[in-house]
Design a protein around this ligand. Structure first.
Ligand code: HEM
Length: 344
């Protein structure tokens, strides 16, 4: 198996900046009478979407909306688009959404113990998990938007930013819904070790172990891996990749790292074409990427996506929406659709 990009061991210890936030405590018992009923209108619901502002020095937990407001979600999406135009942060925002959702364990029924898309990654304790190295930078980018739209939950904001980033990079429209409820304290974060390793002894077995635990199947594993068509790996974060290549030395955004594809801000099917060929030493192939063309079941989908971008986009959009909903508790329970298009 030819691997490009080196296989340094993941870093075990990292120091991440700690966010401090002073605050006051706001919450309104006068809204208690409006307790949840999925049938009542959005207008009515919005009245009880008051924000709680709580003291936290343990992460980006200062403002936690009870549930998201549709108009604020739409406005936040426009702000995310503007952010992407100047920061080119599409890849890291997608990774943020994936790492919040990907802790889901389908064998645990209780929320939030089951993990998933619940905003827990805003807390420092989870940012310090080795797999999340560098994601504090994504949080820093989103915090001003969170501050502006206090009635958008972190859980929704992470998934909104990720889906918007895919779409703005030229990828498919994701059939998203919103209304995810946030966890409220670091004690509710999942334990470390639920996300996949890039270089385990048996990559295909490992991928199945981790993604089947989330309730995802082989097709979804391969389709979702296609998100690596965007972005870079950095040795000082994950331990994987070259410090820089001809494709990354000038940015855009912060220069450096090793990308999977030459045009690493364009969402297309070149990830599958490039890892199949393995011809360019400046492009990254992780052991878990290589497994997609080595395992007989994964290979069916990887070959299909290398030859048919439309098939990739269709399967990716469905799998991304499913990933974004994992473990989430929705309020209202049917979720909020902000596009006027049918949701997943
Ligand atoms: C299949 C198992 C996966 C493994 C082992 C894996 C591993 C990695 C690693 C090691 C990095 C480099 C991080 C860094 O050094 O900053 C990375 C980056 C990335 N991953 Fe994955 N990943 C997997 C699945 C996914 C999935 C399912 C998605 C999204 C749906 C995703 C999206 C991304 C993106 C967009 C980046 C680039 C981040 C950036 O440029 O800052 N990955 N991944």
């Amino acid at each position: 198996m030819a691997l490009f990009g080196g296989a340094a061991a993941p870093l075990s210890a990292r120091i991440l900046p700690s966010a401090t936030s002073a605050s006051l405590s706001l919450s309104s018992s006068s809204f208690e009478c409006l307790r949840y009923s999925p049938r009542i209108s959005n207008l009515f619901l919005n009245q009880r979407r008051v924000s709680e502002v709580r003291v936290s020095s343990r992460g980006y937990g200062s403002i936690s909306a009870v549930a998201s407001d549709p108009d604020q979600l739409k406005n936040a999406r426009e702000d995310i688009k503007e952010l992407l135009k100047t920061k080119f942060s599409h890849p890291i925002l997608i990774r943020l959404g994936w790492h919040d959702a990907g802790t889901y364990n389908k064998n645990i029924e209780e929320w939030p113990q089951r993990g998933g898309a619940n905003g827990s990654l805003r807390f420092e304790v989870e940012q310090k998990h080795a797999a999340n190295a560098g994601l504090v930078n994504a949080l820093k980018l989103l915090q001003p938007i969170k501050d502006k739209y206090s009635n958008v939950t972190y859980a929704d904001l992470f998934q909104l930013a990720s889906a918007t980033a895919v779409e703005e990079a030229g990828g498919p429209k994701i059939p998203m819904k919103y209304g995810r409820v946030d966890v409220t304290s670091p004690e509710q974060c999942p334990e470390e070790g639920r996300l996949p390793d890039a270089g385990p002894p048996s990559p295909a077995d490992h991928l199945r172990q981790v993604f089947y635990r989330m309730g995802l199947n082989d097709k979804e594993i391969v389709a979702l891996s296609g998100a690596h068509t965007l972005g870079r790996s950095r040795p000082d974060r994950s331990g994987w990749g070259k410090p820089e290549t001809k494709y990354t030395k000038d940015g855009p955004g912060a220069p450096g790292g090793q990308s999977w594809t030459a045009q690493w801000l364009k969402f297309d099917n070149s990830y599958f074409k490039d890892i199949k060929e393995k011809r360019d030493e400046d492009l990254l192939v992780l052991p878990t990427d290589a497994a997609l063309f080595e395992d007989p079941s994964f290979k069916v989908y990887a070959e299909k996506y290398a030859g048919d971008q439309e098939a990739f986009f269709k399967d990716y959009a469905e799998a991304h929406a499913k990933l974004s909903n994992l473990g989430a508790k929705f309020d209202p329970s049917e979720g909020i659709v902000i596009d006027g298009s049918p949701n997943a």
